[in-house]
Design a protein around this ligand. Sequence first.
Ligand code: 5AD
Ligand code: SF4
Length: 481
Amino acid sequence: MPKTVYLYTVGCQMNVLDSELVASELLAAGYRLVDTPRAADVILLNTCSVRQHAEDKVYSALGRLKHAKQRRRRIIGVLGCMAQKDHQQILRRAPHVDLVVGPGQLGKLHEALETVQNGGGPVVAISAQRAAGSKAEVARSFVPFDVPRRGEVRPVRCQALVRIMFGCDKFCTYCIVPSVRGPEQSRPVAQIEQEVRRLADQGVVEVTLIGQTVNSYHDRSSGGSVRLADLLYRLHDTSGLRRIKFVTNHPNHMDDDLLAAVRDLPKVNPYFHVPAQSGSDRILKLMKRGYSVGQYCEMLQRIRAAVPQAAITSDFIVGFCGETEEDFQQTVELVRRARFKNSFIFKYSPRPGTKAAALWADDVPQSVKLRRNNQLLAVQNAISLEDNQRLVGQVVEVLVEGPSKVARKSSPAGDAPTEIVQLVGRTRCDRIVVFDGSLELAGQILPVVVQRAEAVTLFGALTDNRYSAPVAAAHSLCDPS
Ligand code: 5AD
Ligand code: SF4
């Protein structure tokens, strides 16, 4: 009987990708993936440290798993950023954990599982702490985890994440990422090209290039100099590939040649996620973001001038140390002026190990953080709704991802491919569109007329009703775009 594995993932796209790679490797090693921890011999939690809330969720899950382990012998493992940051604390608070593997050591996971099965646990595999040696030494201890990728373990088969960089060197004062993901390292361009080609051969039509500061990508490994703009040109003609996205951008690396590449390459989506974090110069300085509000707005103008149809999105932290009502109002003002497609808004969460946590009190009360969060979200949502409403009546090109959450809930076992269900997809500007159609349309890019708009979702209908009718031959219809 093959061993069964349940893999639970929280956090960012780096973690989603790491989980896909772990799942691919364990499948190849003969494990079987299961949907519930109850059915699993091995339970792996891929964790996030970016905010306290994400860590609390993992500790409470570990508490529940203690009982699950008492009922039946199982292996419990903690992967990801918490593993790197808190390995000792995890084993102290949850002694039933058998293995702790950091994001830079995932290549050791399979071996660690075998050691534990043979009674040799617990196993701890983590990379060097950032202060433990030279940058090059620490970087070497974050080992790339490259395994053949398997489409069946991806959340959406036709879409794939592709890592182009590891780590971060920015050290924004609130952020734990540079400590847990190590120094910034760009992956060699040839490796990325090969991976994208293989994914396209597997039927992937959209790749999202990911990096903590993706637009600072700079590969010098083969003696030359390849930046993100060059990489986009090199990936663009990959046969079968229809769309290319990249996240997350840093405002200081939004170079004109990158904007020109997005403007000139039809497969590159006109979409920029470029977090501002705050609209107050005083707070930006305390955050050590390296730009002023004025510089950020200039950058927005350059994007809009080069790519007028671009959708721009942002992240904000409210309630950072010492944030006054006036600072917050400046953030509201920036959101009003910038008219982001959407913003992700977070309440500041002090992270032990960061400069902000060491130097400044977390002095904005939780209730004030919550109020500012809701207020900023309301301003952003009103803008998102207004912009989305302008699309009503227009036809947008949608990459069909699969059944919407509603459709998945009403039929968790999956539908017959030709049955009409509620589908979800995205426009080139990353707008979410919901419409009816058959499941076999997943992976196609189809025209949808927008009939109704909410702040985060457009509702529409396929313009060609051949696609929404339950015809067995739907897959043989040509793709109109
Ligand atoms: N508290 C709250 N939000 C944070 N982020 C990063 N660190 C923290 C923190 N300590 C947010 C930033 C970042 C996003 C991924 O998470 O906005 O862009
Ligand atoms: Fe964290 Fe700043 Fe690096 Fe983003 S750029 S990962 S916020 S340190």
